[in-house]
Design a protein around this ligand. Structure first.
Ligand code: MG
Length: 259
């Protein structure tokens, strides 16, 4: 197996040739399956879990909304900044990042207000569109909702990829407490003719609990009807200002690492 690439070894295993490789192991040295490049870059982790590592792009650290714009008019984001957190402004609508991203690791924290009212989808509804698109459903929505003691359709509750992937668990904290999402987003790829080359995939931890395990998406996440794909490149990350009447939710500590 010396000098064989990982891809070739994988092909051997898939082709059922592993038994020959196993026989070969009797004559091999350990060094023959050890490699030294590429060398992973050094990344200094945050001092606590959830804190941005050294190579992260900080999207919101409580100081300003400089990385965000209103989706509606592309003007500086109009969400309310107070006490180092930003709160949804339902009057001015969704906001999105100025920067665009393909695949990435994202950390984001949100808080449902302690005095939240409403039920079903009208209780602390927001959402994180992992790629904001100017057509169809507007992108791929990771749902934000208060489901601590609130039932709704399972593929629309918190932790779902809206109407596509029900979460593996309900890991809600009570309203009033900060909650986190850690997301690994693998953007879909398209051929030059617009055809789909590879599906989008997503892994999500909600408050440290796995809720999406490399889930494949069949397209965007519409409220009505079936998902579909439309060719796109790097896209902003969008936060939803939902039109329900419940009290607006807040966000803090948002950072991303392009992959
Ligand atoms: Mg939503």
């Amino acid at each position: 197996m010396k000098h064989f690439s990982r891809a070739l070894i994988t092909a051997f295993i898939m082709a059922g040739l592993i038994s020959k490789a196993t026989a070969q192991q009797q004559t091999m040295k350990p060094e023959e399956t050890e490699f030294y490049s590429p060398v992973p870059p050094v990344v200094t982790p945050g001092t606590t879990v959830g804190q941005a590592p050294s190579d992260a792009i900080i999207l919101f650290d409580g100081k300003n909304l400089d990385e965000w714009v209103n989706v509606k008019d592309s003007m500086p984001a109009s969400w309310i900044l107070a006490d180092s957190v930003m709160t949804v402004n339902k009057a001015t609508g969704d906001i999105q990042t100025k920067k665009s991203f393909s695949s990435y690791q994202l950390h984001i924290e949100y808080r449902i207000p302690a005095n939240i009212t409403g039920n079903g989808q009208a209780r602390g509804n927001s959402g994180i569109f992992l790629a904001s698109l100017p057509w169809g459903a507007g992108g791929y929505e990771l749902q934000v909702l208060d489901n601590y003691n609130n039932k709704t359709y399972t593929n629309g509750q918190v932790g779902s990829m809206y109407k596509q992937g029900a979460p593996l668990a309900n890991a809600c904290r009570p309203p009033g407490e900060w909650q986190s999402y850690d997301v690994i987003w693998t953007a879909p790829e398209f051929n030059s003719n617009g055809g789909l080359k590879s599906l989008a995939r997503v892994t999500v931890l909600h408050n440290g609990v796995l809720v999406q395990n490399n889930t494949t998406l069949l397209g965007d996440t519409p409220y009505i009807g079936y998902p579909s794909y439309h060719k796109h490149g790097p896209a902003p990350i969008k936060l939803q200002a939902h039109g329900d009447k419940s009290e607006p939710i807040s966000y803090r500590n948002i950072w991303v690492r392009p992959l």
